[in-house]
Design a protein around this ligand. Structure first.
Ligand SMILES: C[S@@+](CC[C@H](N)C(=O)[O-])C[C@H]1O[C@@H](n2cnc3c(N)ncnc32)[C@H](O)[C@@H]1O
Length: 243
């Protein structure tokens, strides 16, 4: 190895080491972890402010966390920033991810990545069988409305009882280039319209509607939490009252 290559190698090595050390020291501070690991879940979107409200109590549990979307798109060694953030925030959990591009080079201890599309039902079921159970699912994939809806319909039923499903960047629900609609906010093909429609189901027992048969989402959604461009959906737990 010549001096220039050695210098580049050492620079990368110490940068990685520094990031790991800083992540360890700040492992309970999600805002800091986002900055250290350079994911836009931090200072660009500040989703971490909401994530910590919902995830803090779960930090030390042994969970299976699945994130859709690794980042870095077609570049094999780019991305994985949020996966490394989750790995440090959930020190006893396994972090799984899927991406349409091959991101296998970014795998490390407690981070496993599958290649495939978030709309491919057979692939998603195969991933689920490989993982075994899912406690948290985060959709940060294509953000195309049709994809977000299809993925939710496949994966939410596979989420563990009491699990949490998060959807990021719901602003695309208003953007035509992603299949969204700003003119007709009741357009049934937008993601926000689907998630808004699930709110009534929280109260389905109160309907004065003879013979109403509750649907899967009526029965299995305990609560929905809407924030700026971010939604959390809690699955009903074993006690059927964990909202
Ligand atoms: C916004 S980036 C993810 C960023 C990452 N979660 C983070 O916070 O650091 C979106 C990723 O979704 C992937 N993606 C796009 N369409 C997809 C699809 N249909 N299925 C799975 N992944 C997809 C892209 O390749 C890209 O890497």
């Amino acid at each position: 190895m010549n001096a220039e290559n050695l210098y580049t190698y050492q620079k990368k090595f110490f940068r990685k080491l520094g990031r790991r050390l800083l992540s360890k020291v700040n492992s309970s501070n999600l805002d800091m972890l986002a900055l250290i690991n350079k994911t836009d879940k931090g200072k660009d979107h500040w989703y971490t402010r909401q994530y910590k409200k919902h995830f803090h109590a779960l930090r030390k549990k042994r969970l299976n966390v699945l994130e859709i979307g690794v980042g870095g798109y077609a570049e094999p060694k780019a991305g994985g920033n949020s996966l490394r953030m989750w790995k440090h925030y959930f020190p006893d959990s396994r972090i799984y991810a899927i991406d349409i591009h091959d991101k296998s080079l970014l795998q490390e201890k407690r981070i496993k990545i599958f290649k495939g599309s978030q709309t491919d039902e057979a692939f998603l079921r195969w991933v689920f069988n490989d993982i075994g159970s899912l406690d948290i699912i985060i959709d940060d994939g294509s953000h195309i409305n049709e994809h977000v809806i299809a993925t939710f319909k496949i994966l939410f039923p596979l989420l563990k009882e009491g699990g949490i499903y998060a959807i990021e960047d719901t602003q695309t629900s208003y953007w035509p280039e992603y299949g969204g609609d700003s003119q007709n906010l009741s357009n049934p093909s937008t993601s926000m319209n689907l998630f808004k429609s699930l709110v009534d189901g929280l109260n389905y027992q109160e309907y004065k509607k003879e013979g109403y048969k509750p649907g899967y989402f009526d029965i299995n959604i305990a609560s929905l939490h809407f924030y700026h461009n971010l939604i959390f959906i809690y699955k009903t737990g074993k006690d059927k009252n964990n909202g």
